[in-house]
Write a new protein. Structure first.
Lengths: 378, 422, 501
């Protein structure tokens, strides 16, 4: 807080300055970077311990890189993989900002995806610009409704949203299993749990087929970018977003300032669920073309990691989502080229979650990287 | 301290809550009565035959034959009576008891309805119930041990998986007993890691649990697909045989169900008994509970809050390791990816249901185990109700409970908050 | 066992809670430790009971220096503390709480609760502290809970017992019973320390009195010869400066009327017990009193943070008793809360965001859906400029401002609105001297422009320099009222301490 010789800054000068403190940079950038680095190293050690020899480890890491960023095809795969997890992460990040923990993104994604599939294989003859948005919209609404149950329970009865969303996840899994084994969803003539295929009029168009017809990148990523912008606008430009953030940071002051906490809880959970439902819809309408057990690919849980890594900021989430997409795409390449199973990626991802959530641990492990004392924890 | 929106007259509000839940119980019972009579009663034809004896029984009991429709109507009438009773003054005292009794009777009508005109091995189902309840009850105990010192443990699933995996691998290499010890040890390590993350590094407890789950899933899946698919000999663990307890195992029904099981069932019973004794009848348990309810008070009396938390969470992990070993060494002998399949979360639900008491969790686990066994049998009986909906029942029940719609479940007061000494 | 504290100094960051304190505690004697809130009494006793380590000085027991590493060491040395906020596990029984940490055990580590209950009964019988060993703490009245705390320390063979504000939570009858207990403990040879801010009580039971103010011992008293007035002045006395230049009072209509207000606290006890008063336009009404006599709850009821049990609040002629805080805001009531970090601002928000925390919904700042950030930023810059809030930028986090600047921001935010009444709770708590003067000047300026000001403060100086009328609260009631002319430190201090004028 220094002043020039003329005295305290004038009003117009006040409006100009943005000071970024060193402490903030450390928590926002250094901790995540170290977390990712350490996780990758530990991944390498895991490979070593399971009998993978050093040259193969090298091949694995190089495949990880080339499979994610090494070619147009790799980039297409990275962004395709990043799509669903970035969407769920946006929803989870929004929840974090409002002080809510939406572990239920997995279940919301599942049911949203199922709803989108159902709309997707029904209504033959609808033009794509009606059918596709309708399917996505229904997916988002179903996700929103599922999450709103937990939100309402918390607002009305104080039930902790972690327990309720975990239970809702488990219920959603059973429900999905049932739907996939029975008409009308189950594909006629099949005995395994798989849905009917989505009609072409509801599939998200692929974006890069003019370059190479095998590239899978689809319009879903455009939706991702739109949603990032939307969530940013919501959080930082709207009145509602102001209320969300205040409630998340200091619920007491927020309530005192007249913000209605009950309503905020339900609305936040609903929007968060809508994004997760949308993620499910994008996954089935953009990549899979149908639904089967496990189609979410853990997107709901990985979304937690991406939200944490991205510091619950839309732009951070966008970048962290790309990183996770890269891990997935690269992981597949790693499995193919170096013969290292893709489950290793899950290990790396869980380590990233743990390390990003433990700045104290990072500071203890790498004291040389940090100058300032820890900033106030979230 | 949070501000409530209405003037808190505590005694009055407790009474209102009780009255409200009594009325809700009443409506639930009456609703059940109507449903049972209308849907189940009308649809039943014939008699339900319950086979009570299994091959090899010393004393063979005759089958229990129940005329379906009459039984169902009688129970419906009883339910209506119980329900009506809730609206009478003074009902609040035994309200929950009648609700529980009513729910139990409703379940029996469901069984009768499903079995009408066919036959069904009741004893076999009870036996399966006990078996399936083991991981859930132990998982619940893990949750109890941890939450009683105010550490939320979402990572039970991951700890179970780790135990299962370790049991399978070490069991394949060094035999069942050493495999079991190794599983317990690994579970303890996982518990310790959770403790370190949460107590020393103050990671958010939920996030730490989620990370542990994902890590365990990732590591076990990776090693399984990378190594075990090639080296089968690492994944062929012995399965512990059943042990018949002499004399007691000859009792009809009960003997079969409780005294002809393997060491995991007996072990679970022993562990739960020890856990209960520890928590409520030793000074260590008293101190642990104090830490969970009012860590500051414990601190001012010279208790080491950090150490007590570490110890309890680690012991919980060890229990989880034992429970995890049941999946492999006590059941199928080989590890499959994600074989725990949510049982850890059901354990959490059992803990909440059991009001954070080991025996309560056991009771809840038996109920959940019953539902689990039932949904398998129902598929065989070809009932119209999809098994998935039955599988959902414990989760819906937990939701209802957590929302406080039937009674209030109160966690230890300091649950979820890290203790920071000034 | 005689205890001597020599030269004890304890600092918390920039704040010195105890400064070179010397104190002697003797067996068979009740030492009264007198002082206002924040005088350093609790800190001193926490040092003695091992919860804090002193930065300087030493503790001597029977002439030999001792070093307490933690609470356990002090307990072993025979020092027991009955805390102001009870350290009892609410869901445990009396017996369980008493023996926690030193439990009697049988075979297999079996917790011998039967023995515990017997031992509790023994002690309670011995010292006249009758209590049911099986009762559950959270179902017991506060007076009985306190007995459990006393039994706890006696169970650990305490020879020195420190009572930190023991009567703060007791009813008058319970206070009388407590005095009987403490006298019998003294007669049994224990050394007792009785920390309080209540003059009347300390004069009644203490054998010796030490007065703490600002972390230092400022006086000693002999209860047989000292008068209330002497002690009050030692406790409270600072040179009173009527430094603020006030124009003559020019009051208008009544803005705020409080009638027969009763308010409950979190423990369902009546903390505001039938308060009535009014605040007129253009005047400053100050409510003086020691912390904990109901002022906090009174302000919360007036501003809408807490519902009133009975009574009415009317503002500008409207009955706002049940209205939300936002409704009161909209009518023109402003509030500077006493805990700015908890309810006044969001420390992780920027200065700009905090500047509109309770007015963001107004048309000038929000279009209904979107925030009008340029308008918000301009307003924030104006407030920062007007109220001398020292910050590098309006985009700095609230957390980065000093306490004084945070307070100036909150005060500025409220005064910048079009308001009719300003309710300021502890407006200068934790604020540097320069900022204090600034805030005071602005409050007077508001008053001069016709706004009604209600100030609640435990700092008597502040009240005396700002208020046109002074009301003193004690035990939830208004026990005295003064005007500028009749106000003087002595009388007000006595009223604050519960001694009728």
């Amino acid at each position: 807080m220094s002043f020039n010789e003329e005295g305290p800054p004038t009003t117009s000068e006040m409006l100009q300055r943005v000071v970024v403190a060193r402490g903030q940079v450390e928590d926002v950038v250094i901790v995540p970077v170290l977390a990712v680095a350490l996780a990758l190293v530990l991944g390498g050690i895991t490979m070593l311990l399971t009998g993978v020899d050093v040259p193969r480890i090298g091949a694995a890491f190089s495949a990880l890189f080339s499979g994610s960023f090494g070619s147009i095809s790799a980039l297409s795969e990275t962004l395709t993989a990043a799509t669903p997890v970035t969407l769920t992460a946006l929803g989870i990040a929004l929840g974090f900002r409002a002080g809510l923990f939406n572990i239920g993104a997995e279940g919301q994604m599942m049911l949203g995806g199922m709803a989108a599939v159902a709309v997707g294989f029904s209504f033959p003859g609808l033009p794509i610009f009606i059918h596709l948005p309708l399917a996505l919209l229904v997916g988002a609404l179903v996700g929103a409704a599922w999450a709103a149950i937990a939100g309402w329970l918390k607002a009305a009865t104080g039930a902790h949203e972690v327990i309720t969303t975990i239970m809702l996840n488990l219920i959603a899994t059973q429900l999905t299993g049932y739907l996939l084994r029975n008409p009308p969803i189950q594909k006629p003539g099949r005995h395994d749990p798989i849905s009917q295929s989505v009609l072409d009029s509801a599939m998200l168009p692929k974006l890069l087929t003019w370059l190479d017809p095998n590239l899978r990148l689809n319009a879903g990523y455009i939706i991702v970018l739109l949603m990032v912008a939307l969530v940013y606008w919501l959080l930082f430009r709207t009145t509602l977003g102001f209320e969300f953030r205040a409630s998340g940071l200091n619920p007491f002051a927020a309530r005192y300032a007249g913000m209605r906490s009950g309503l905020i809880i339900v609305v936040v959970m609903a929007i968060s669920g809508a994004l997760a439902g949308l993620a499910g819809g994008v996954q089935v309408l953009g990549v899979l073309g149908r639904a089967s057990p496990g189609f979410t690919g853990g997107g709901g849980f990985n979304g937690i990691a991406v939200a944490l890594l991205g510091r619950s900021h839309p732009v951070g989430v966008l970048l962290a989502g790309i990183l996770f997409g890269a891990l997935e795409a690269g992981g597949r390449q790693m499995q193919v080229s170096a013969g290292v199973r893709i489950d290793l990626i899950a290990i790396i991802q869980s380590l990233i979650i743990a390390f990003v959530a433990a700045p104290l641990l990072m500071r203890a492990a790498f004291p040389w990287a940090f100058q300032k004392k820890a900033a106030v924890t979230r | 301290m949070t501000m409530t929106a209405t003037a808190p007259d505590r005694s009055a509000s407790l009474d209102t809550i009780k009255r409200r839940s009594t009325l809700i119980n009443g409506w639930v019972l009456i609703g059940l009565a109507v449903f049972v009579a209308a849907v189940l009663g009308l649809g039943s034809v014939g008699d339900a035959t319950f086979r009570l004896a299994l091959p090899g029984d010393v004393i063979a009991l005759p089958n229990l034959v129940v005329p379906a429709a009459p039984y169902i109507y009688i129970v419906a009438a009883l339910l209506a009576f119980f329900g009506g009773r809730q609206f009478v003054r003074g009902a609040a005292r035994r309200s929950s008891l009648f609700l529980g009794l009513g729910l139990f009777l409703a379940v029996t009508t469901f069984l009768v309805w499903a079995t009408a005109g066919k036959d069904f091995s009741l004893t076999g189902m009870l036996e399966a119930t006990v078996v399936r309840a083991v991981p859930i009850a132990l998982g619940g105990l893990v949750g109890v041990l941890s939450e009683r010192v105010a550490v939320v443990n979402i990572g039970i699933e991951g700890m179970l998986l780790s135990g299962a995996f370790t049991g399978a691998i070490v069991g394949s290499l060094l035999g069942g007993w050493i495999g079991l010890v190794a599983a317990v040890a690994v579970g303890g390590i996982m518990g310790f890691i959770l403790g370190a993350l949460v107590i020393t590094y103050r990671v958010d407890q939920i996030i730490a649990g989620v990370a542990i789950n994902l890590f365990a899933l990732g590591l076990t899946s990776y090693v399984t697909s990378q190594v075990l698919t090639v080296h089968h000999e690492f994944n062929e663990a012995p399965i512990f045989d059943g042990i018949d307890i002499p004399l007691l195992s000859s009792i009809p029904i009960v003997g079969r169900v409780f005294f002809q099981q393997n060491i995991f069932v007996y072990g679970a019973a022993i562990i739960i008994a020890i856990g209960t004794y520890y928590l409520f009848h030793t000074r260590w348990g008293l101190r642990a509970r104090a830490v969970g309810e009012h860590p500051e008070a414990a601190d001012t009396l010279g208790l080491n809050v950090y150490r007590i938390r570490y110890i309890n969470v680690t012991i919980g992990g060890m229990v989880a390791g034992f429970a995890g070993a049941w999946f492999t060494l006590g059941s199928v002998g080989r590890f499959d990816i994600n074989m725990t399949n949510g049982r850890g979360f059901i354990g959490l639900a059992a803990m909440i249901f059991g009001r954070w008491h080991p025996v309560g969790a056991l009771m809840a686990a038996l109920v959940f185990g019953f539902a689990d066994a039932l949904q398998q049998k129902l598929a065989i009986l070809q009932t119209p109700i999809p098994s998935e909906f039955l599988a959902m029942a414990p989760y819906i029940a937990t939701l209802v409970l957590v929302a406080g719609l039937i009674g209030r479940a109160r966690a230890p007061a300091a649950d979820g908050k890290p203790y920071v000494k000034d | 066992m005689e205890i001597e504290l020599r030269g004890i100094t304890k600092r918390f960051g920039a704040v010195t809670a105890n400064s070179d304190v010397n104190l002697t505690i003797r067996p068979g004697e009740i030492l009264g430790l007198l002082g206002e809130n924040g005088a350093g009494k609790s800190t001193l006793m926490n040092v003695l009971s091992g919860l804090y380590r002193p930065d300087a000085g030493e503790i001597l027991i029977d002439g030999k220096p001792v070093n307490f590493r933690d609470a356990k060491d002090a307990i072993h040395a025979g020092i027991g503390m009955v805390h102001q906020h009870f350290m009892l596990v609410p869901v445990f029984t009396v017996a369980e709480n008493v023996v926690l940490g030193v439990e009697p055990t049988g075979r297999f580590d079996h917790l011998d609760l039967a023995a515990a209950r017997r031992q509790v009964s023994d002690i309670s019988g011995q010292h006249g502290l009758s209590v049911d060993p099986n009762a559950i703490i959270e179902e017991m009245p506060v007076g009985l809970q306190q007995r459990v705390e006393i039994i706890k320390v006696l169970f650990r063979s305490a020879e020195v017992i420190i009572f930190d504000e023991p009567t703060a939570v007791l009813t008058p009858q319970e206070v009388t019973e407590f005095f009987v207990i403490i006298r019998s403990l003294r007669d049994a040879g224990k050394a007792l320390v009785f920390i309080t801010h209540k003059l009347g009580e300390v004069l009644e039971v203490a054998d010796r009195i030490s007065v703490l103010r600002g972390g230092k011992v400022v006086g000693e008293g002999d209860p047989k010869t000292a008068t209330d007035a002497d002690l009050a002045e030692m406790m409270v006395g600072r040179s009173v400066r009527f430094a603020v230049n006030k124009r003559a009072v020019n009051t208008g209509a009544a803005l705020l009327e409080v009638r027969d207000m009763k308010v409950l606290n979190e423990r369902d006890e009546i903390t505001v017990d039938g308060v009535s008063f009014e605040v007129r336009a253009g005047e400053v009404v100050g409510i003086a009193g020691v912390q904990g006599n109901g002022q906090t709850e009174l302000v919360e009821a007036i501003t809408g943070l807490r519902p009133a049990l009975t009574g009415a609040v009317s503002f500008l002629g409207h009955d706002v008793t049940g209205a939300s805080s936002r409704t009161r805001h909209r009518l023109g009531m402003a509030h500077v809360p006493e805990d700015r970090q908890k309810s006044g601002m969001v420390t992780d928000f920027t200065v700009a965001e905090n500047a509109v925390l309770d007015s963001y919904y107004e048309k000038r700042f929000s279009s209904g859906v979107t925030m009008r950030w340029p308008a918000v930023n301009a307003e924030a810059a104006k407030i920062v400029d007007d109220f001398d809030v020292r910050t590098a930028s309006i985009f700095s986090l609230g957390d980065h401002l000093s306490g004084g600047n945070q307070q100036k921001l909150v005060v500025g935010r409220e005064l910048s609105r079009d308001i009719k009444l300003m309710v300021a709770s502890q407006p200068t708590r934790g604020v540097d001297v320069g900022s204090i003067e600034y805030i005071h000047d602005r409050l007077i300026a508001a008053r001069d422009s016709g706004v009604g000001v209600l100030i609640v403060s435990t700092e008597l100086d502040e009240i005396m320099s700002l208020a046109d009328r002074i009301l003193v609260m004690f035990r939830g009631r208004i026990v005295a009222s003064f005007t500028s002319e009749t106000a003087n430190v002595k009388d007000i201090g006595l009223a604050m301490a519960g001694v009728a004028a």
